[in-house]
Write a protein that binds this ligand. Structure first.
Ligand SMILES: Cc1cc2nc3c(=O)[nH]c(=O)nc-3n(C[C@H](O)[C@H](O)[C@H](O)COP(=O)(O)OP(=O)(O)OC[C@H]3O[C@@H](n4cnc5c(N)ncnc54)[C@H](O)[C@@H]3O)c2cc1C
Length: 506
């Protein structure tokens, strides 16, 4: 196969990541912000978040969001593919955990996942690398979970705990979410891309796709893209595969209007862009009398708890959430948060209050399963555009009553375990406004062409040579970070295409 990938961003240079400099935290909230509207790079596109309590976060460059991600790497559970059967809500996926299992394992090897086999919350799976160190903050929290008798386990983390496949091991620098200068974090520019290029895949950067074009039979026949100088080009293709993120993919589809598809490509059923799921998060942090030094170590990878993962009707909501322990914060962010929420005063008393917070706080984020709702959606903004004049995505999103109850429960339980671990005070934010980094459901997978965009192997129902392999095809969102499952799905769909090559368009 001859494969060409068009990417709107650039290759990254890990030597320039903030973690190598003393101004790491400052750069992390500026040019390396996870919010594209704050970052505002030429390679970004703006997002209109005005109608959403959660702001979209992403990264646009080779490696996509994995350049900035925390590399917390849980798989979906078997029950996550059967939400309708288990709880009578949303829909079952047309595939199951067993279908994806070999691809989860292959992806764990490609990414180099660290963790400890035997987590009772999951089906048995081995991991290529031993777990990351828990650190004092992880051990302190684990004692809190033990006191309450709640589940916890070292997180599966896409971070090399030992040298792996040419990547060096994690040095505990801390700020994983502004890029890993050490190369220990498995972003796809350092895992998949070198291998793909060795095998002949062509990657063209600074190519921003405006639309996918169709022929008279309604088959995709290529894309129109802008190069770095803003020149438009047509790239013909026999098969088009979209992997532009749960926001970027519906944006391209909605922008690809033709006589055959007046509402956007593969959207004659009006499903593209709908059912947006974002994983409402609560962020809960506790202050401790002793030093925990959580500013060191992989910031989003430590231990997790799935005590409240599966449905328990007595809690007043269906489905559940993962508690993800997030160690601590650096000095600048500690000061900014403390000043923002009143824990640190300006002027007199600053140093004293700062000293009590910095290196003395740890906490967790709670990732709540979001259920698909047709009114939560991505549309095209009528005024806002990127630098090439392509309409920006507009987010329409409200929290459901189920999500509100789940968030409140997660704050209550997180407070309980932080106190059991010895916290003397606890702060929270729910929903966590900045945390729109899991973008799912906007080109959902299903067997019914009236209510879904792609079939059970990722092919668009309405366009037989168009495939989608990113988080937009999620039928439901689970209560875990999505990337392990996005990648397993991408491998599964690539494999399905290869198996069916002789009759791919039947
Ligand atoms: C700060 C942060 C922390 C995160 N932490 C975690 C975590 O711990 N665990 C986890 O599982 N997930 C995490 N995520 C989410 C994770 O990054 C995403 O799930 C994952 O990257 C999604 O992969 P994707 O391929 O679907 O989309 P992306 O990674 O967003 O890749 C899409 C690519 O398409 C390109 N593109 C889009 N539109 C166009 C266009 N029109 N033309 C050309 N190119 C285009 C973009 O430039 C981008 O490179 C985090 C994300 C962020 C931002």
């Amino acid at each position: 196969m001859r494969i060409l990938c068009l990417e709107q961003g650039d290759w990254m240079n890990p030597a320039r990541y903030p973690s190598t400099g003393l101004d790491a935290e400052l750069r992390q909230i500026g040019e390396f912000s996870s919010n594209p509207n704050v970052r505002g790079l030429a390679t970004d596109y703006p997002v209109n978040n005005d109608a959403s309590p959660i702001q979209i976060a992403n990264f646009n460059g080779v490696g996509g969001g994995t350049v900035l991600y925390a590399a917390h790497f849980p798989r979906f559970h078997p029950s996550d593919f059967r939400v309708r059967s288990c709880d009578g809500v949303a829909d079952d996926w047309p595939i199951d955990y067993a279908t994806l299992e070999p691809f989860f394992a292959q992806n764990d090897r490609m990414m180099g996942v660290a963790g400890l086999a035997g987590d009772p919350a999951y089906p048995e799976h081995d991991l290529p690398l031993p777990p990351l160190p828990l650190g004092t903050s992880g051990e302190t929290m684990a004692r809190g979970f033990n006191r309450l008798g709640w589940h916890w386990w070292p997180s599966d983390s896409a971070i090399a705990s030992r040298p792996y496949e040419g990547r060096d091991r994690c040095l505990n620098l801390g700020p994983c979410t502004s890029g890993c200068a050490q190369g220990a974090k498995a972003s796809t520019d350092v895992t998949y891309w070198p291998e793909a290029i060795r095998r002949g895949v062509q990657l063209r950067t600074r190519c921003r796709v405006r639309e996918i074009t169709v022929d008279d039979d309604g088959m995709a026949n290529g894309v129109v893209y802008y190069d770095a100088d803003g020149q438009a080009h047509f790239q013909p293709a026999e098969v088009v595969v979209l992997a532009a993120n749960g926001i970027g993919t519906p944006r391209i589809l909605l922008n690809s209007r033709s006589k055959r598809f007046p509402n956007g490509l593969a959207n004659n059923n009006d499903v593209v862009g709908r059912n947006l799921m974002l994983h409402p998060y609560s962020w809960v942090s506790g202050t401790f009398p002793q030093r925990l030094d959580g500013q060191f170590g992989a910031s989003g990878c430590c231990i997790w708890s799935q005590e409240f993962y599966e449905t328990d009707a007595s809690r007043g909501f269906v489905r559940g959430y993962t508690m993800e322990i997030v160690r601590g914060r650096g000095p600048l962010v500690t000061a900014l948060f403390g000043l923002g929420n009143g824990q640190i005063p300006w002027g007199e008393g600053f140093h004293d209050a700062f000293g009590k917070l910095f290196a003395h706080s740890t906490g967790m984020v709670n990732i709540c399963e979001d259920l698909p709702e047709v009114h939560n959606r991505v549309t095209l903004d009528e005024a806002l555009t990127d630098s090439d004049g392509i309409a920006a995505p507009k987010i329409h999103y409200t929290l459901s009553e189920n999500s509100r109850r789940m968030l409140a429960h997660s704050v209550e339980k997180a407070t309980e375990v932080l106190k059991a671990a010895g916290a003397t005070s606890v702060q929270h934010e729910a929903p966590w406004k900045v945390a729109g980094w899991h973008n799912m459901g906007t080109a959902r997978m299903g067997l019914d062409p009236a209510t879904s965009v792609v079939n059970e192997w990722g092919r668009a129902h309405e366009v037989k040579n168009l495939f989608v392999i990113d988080g937009s095809i999620f039928t439901t969102s689970a209560g875990v970070n999505p990337t392990s499952t996005i990648q397993a799905l991408a491998l599964y769909i690539a494999d399905a295409m290869k198996q069916r090559l002789a009759n791919l368009f039947d």
